[in-house]
Design a protein around this ligand. Structure first.
Ligand code: AMP
Ligand code: MG
Length: 478
């Protein structure tokens, strides 16, 4: 059977200045590392029969019928500094498919070769970041948070040069769309109002059909980002590069670069080797999201006939992010503590726990999961000084008497994953795959598929790192 993708390429119907049409650059020797057949089914894709044909397809060596390949242009603020032109420097959008349920998805090859937006880059990716994105994006989906998805990973049979020679790879990313805050910024910074209008109409139709005009779109994106960032915080996720070009208008987590889930809880945690000042530290993420949304609001201003009134209205909307985030975050914290009802002291109770955890090097995921079990006192051993937990536990035990005890364990386990893609496990999977053994990666993927389920057979994936295996820095996806 040959590949059949139900393409309908609406982005390719936007004006020429939105992209450059070009095909992926073929690679020497495609090798299939992983293909997500469940996702292919969900999208309504028919894949070729043989692994070699599947590898050739997701390497960009053969194009499915109906593809309209292109590289998208965008701009963005990177670490606060303005870059007037970025764009898909190593990615090619094959097109959009409309799934059997009517939902529309981009299919993009990342690492597909040079484009007009490559600047100094080689347009390629190596196997490490490809597998990292595969693992983390699928784990994020399994955790129930909005995210781009992983459809395939293939090796190219070519070497890419980074710190040394490394095996080249291509990642196939699926997204509701790849439109970013930076896409709006690109056209706004050029005073290209017709393009901004077309982009605004495109994303409203695609993502927020109920939103009315730019003001409605702004508020919808703010609400989506508030929920998303609260969701990240609730699972201990640190994006690592929240530049405006890495913030999707759809509200999905996008651009898994030096991102990581934290082990020991500390609000200042940073992994990214390029984030020297902690701009994108765990606890800074809500403020950074608000800052990015202010840039989005600014990019929408040229669409507003009464600029002064719009500035006032948009400022109010962006200021509303903090409240929306707090509401979402408090709901997440209450769920994590098993509180189905809301009482005044709940947020303080949650914040006290986080404080004690930070002071005691306690593992974020393990503490909440232990609290979710039939015997919450098990959490004690996660604290450097277990007696520091006791005082907090007494207060929580009193609070929880006013909740439904019969459903507590089930509710808390559904809010507190047992397994997250821990950094040392991700590194271990990458190292083995580079050495030619994909089994470690496959077992990790299986372990992360149902992260809220109790499974004693997977206990090893619930452990934090040892001193030897602890990962202190993660590197950008390039
Ligand atoms: P990122 O940090 O992955 O969000 O990338 C920032 C910008 O650099 C984007 O415009 C990317 O397309 C571009 N880029 C990253 N890596 C490469 C590469 N190896 N070759 C060409 N462009 C790249
Ligand atoms: Mg990016």
């Amino acid at each position: 059977m040959t590949a059949r993708f139900p393409f309908d390429n609406s982005y390719a119907r936007l004006p020429d200045r939105f992209y450059t049409r070009l095909a992926p650059t073929p690679v020497a020797e495609p090798g299939l590392v992983a293909v997500n057949r469940a996702l292919a089914d969900r999208l309504g894709l028919t894949l070729p029969d043989s692994e070699a044909e599947i590898a050739a397809l997701f390497a960009g060596n053969t194009l499915p019928d109906g593809a309209a390949p292109l590289a998208q242009v965008y701009a963005g603020h990177q670490f606060g500094g303005w870059s007037p032109q970025l764009g898909d420097g190593r990615a090619v959008l094959l097109g959009e498919v409309v799934a059997p349920d009517g939902a529309r998805f981009d299919i993009q090859l990342k690492g597909a070769g040079r484009t007009p937006y490559s600047r100094m880059g080689d347009g390629r990716a190596w196997l490490g970041p490809v597998l990292r994105e595969y693992i983390l994006s699928e784990a994020m989906a399994a955790l129930g948070l909005p995210t781009t998805r992983a459809l395939a990973a293939v090796t190219t049979g070519e070497i890419v040069l980074r710190e040394g020679p490394l095996p080249g790879a291509v990642f196939t990313r699926v997204a509701r769309s790849h439109v970013r805050v930076g896409t709006f910024q690109f056209f706004a910074s050029r005073d290209d109002v017709p393009a901004l209008e077309a982009l605004c109409t495109h994303v409203i139709q695609r993502h927020y059909p109920e939103a009315e005009g730019p003001a409605g779109l702004l508020r919808a994106v703010i609400a989506a980002q508030a929920d998303l960032v609260a969701g990240w915080m609730a699972v201990g996720f640190i994006h690592g590069v929240m530049n405006t070009d890495n913030m999707a208008i759809s509200g999905e987590t996008i651009d898994y670069g030096p991102c990581a889930f934290m082990d020991a809880y500390h609000p200042d945690t940073v992994f990214s080797s390029i984030d020297q000042f902690g701009r994108y530290a765990y606890a800074n993420q809500p403020q950074i999201a608000a800052w990015n949304l202010a840039q989005f609001a600014t990019a929408l201003l040229p669409l507003m006939p009464d600029r002064d009134a719009a500035i006032e209205d948009f400022t109010q909307a962006v200021n509303g992010f903090a409240d929306a985030f707090d509401t979402a975050w408090q709901a997440r914290l209450r769920a994590k503590l098993g509180l189905a009802t809301a009482e005044d002291g709940d947020t303080g109770l949650a914040l006290n726990l986080l404080e004690v955890m930070a002071a005691n090097g306690a593992d974020f995921t393990r503490v909440f999961r232990a609290l979710s079990g039939p015997d919450p006192v098990q959490a004690r051993s996660e604290f450097a000084d277990p007696t520091a937990f006791d005082g907090w536990h007494e207060a929580w035990a009193r609070r929880i008497t006013r909740e439904d005890g019969a459903t507590r364990v089930a509710r808390m386990q559904a809010a507190n994953p047992a397994r997250i893609p821990r950094n040392h496990r991700v590194e271990e999977a990458i190292t083995a795959a580079v050495a030619g053994d994909p089994g470690v990666f496959e077992r990790l993927m299986a372990a992360l598929a149902d992260p809220y389920a109790e499974d004693s057979g997977l206990a090893a994936y619930e452990d934090g790192p040892t001193e030897q295996t602890r990962v202190r820095a993660t590197f950008c996806g390039t």
